[in-house]
Every structure is written in structure tokens, then in C-alpha cells.
Design a protein around this ligand. Sequence first.
Ligand code: ADP
Ligand code: MG
Length: 224
Amino acid sequence: MSEMTDAVRMDKVTKAYGELKALDELDLVVKQGEWVSIVGPSGSGKTTCMNLIGCMDRPTSGVVEISGLNLANMNENDLTRVRREQIGLVFQKFHLIGHLSALENVMLAQYYHSITDESEALAVLERVGLAARATHRPSQLSGGEQQRVAIARALINQPPLILADEPTGNLDAANAAAVLELFAELHTQGVTLIVVTHDPSVAARGTREIVLDHGTLVRDSVLR
Ligand code: ADP
Ligand code: MG
């Protein structure tokens, strides 16, 4: 695949719930290596957009491509494979498995992707500052620590695209700063980041900010 393939391409994407259009003919191209902040009022379609890019939902009409792969041509197994191979998901609700340790939660993502490697899983926990908590279960971790486990899980398979929906929404200032530092490091490494946030200081860290309103793109600005 060419270096220049766009990370994400959405072409006239509509997601309708009855009369309501959560997304209304949205066009969006994200280049590889961009760090896109998505902002907009509650109900403007931000999560719907992330779910479509994250292969967790299908549009009512329009085309979504991830790394040049047209999702419309894919069955559920194909979509699951794209999600596991191309995308790291960091959502506000952590969706960690309660009876597994931090390390096991990360290794489960390895298992689904390819094969498990405990030393690699430990290394990624170390990278998010959680090596000392590897054997703890989610209930034994703070909200910030759980979020960092979820990020470790998203990073373990080195996806080229990270999708984060309100990644700092549940975090105190110190943990939010740590998450943003990690995103900055990933950005430096060429990872594409798409981050939904209500927080202007989080949005400002991106290289580009888009504003959604009523399912349409109402502003698109280059930040740096
Ligand atoms: P945001 O993340 O920007 O707050 P969402 O993408 O969650 O917005 O929602 C966009 C619109 O779509 C909202 O009006 C919401 O109520 C509606 N919506 C989202 N998911 C569903 C669903 N599963 N069924 C019906 N309406 C939905
Ligand atoms: Mg949302």
C-alpha cells in the first residue's frame, strides 16, 4: 500500500436513525500522521463518526475507507480484522475485563490480534507508567490507571490509527497530561490520531480541529 494512502476517507456519509441524521453527508479525509481533534456540541455526531471509522457501525449511505480499504465491501469478520489490525480504540468507558489483571487485559488484545507476548505486554504497561500495577484488576485501579490500561491495550498491536473518544474525560489533570504526552509521542512516531474532546486545551494539542454540528462539518482548521 502506498505511503500516501489516506488514513481515513469518508465520502458523503450519512447515518440515520429514523428521521434523525446523526451524520448528514459528511465528507472527511484524514491524512496519515495527522492529529485531528473533533469537537462540537453534545449530539452533533462525534461518537457516531468514531463508531463508523472504528468499524463498529455501518453508515446508512456513503463510503468509509480506512487505509484505502472500503468498509462497505466487508463482512463482519473482515471489519473485525480491520479493527484489530489497523485501529486502537480509546473510549471513555474503558471496557476492561473485570476478572483479568491489567497485564491480562493487554494480552487479550494481543491474543485477538496474533499471539501473546508477556514481555511486550509488560513493556507497553511500562510505557504508560503502569508496570507496577500489572497484576492488579481494574477494580483495584484508579480511573486514571484504568484509562492507561485501556490505552496500553490500544497500543499493544501498534495500530497506525488511534481513535479516542473523550480520552481525558474521566481523568484528573495529572493523568490527562500523561495521556496527552503519550499521544504527542505517538504523533511524533507517525501514528494518526483522531480525538473527540469537549476540552479546548485537549483539542488544541492536535494539528487540525474539525467542528461538527447536526451531523455536518461546520469548521475545519489547521492548528499547526
Ligand atoms: P455526540 O457524540 O456528538 O454527542 P452522537 O454521535 O452520540 O453525538 O449522537 C448524534 C445523534 O444521534 C444524537 O441526536 C443522538 O441522540 C443520536 N443517536 C446516536 N446513537 C443513536 C441510536 N443508537 N439510536 C438513535 N439515535 C441515536
Ligand atoms: Mg459522544
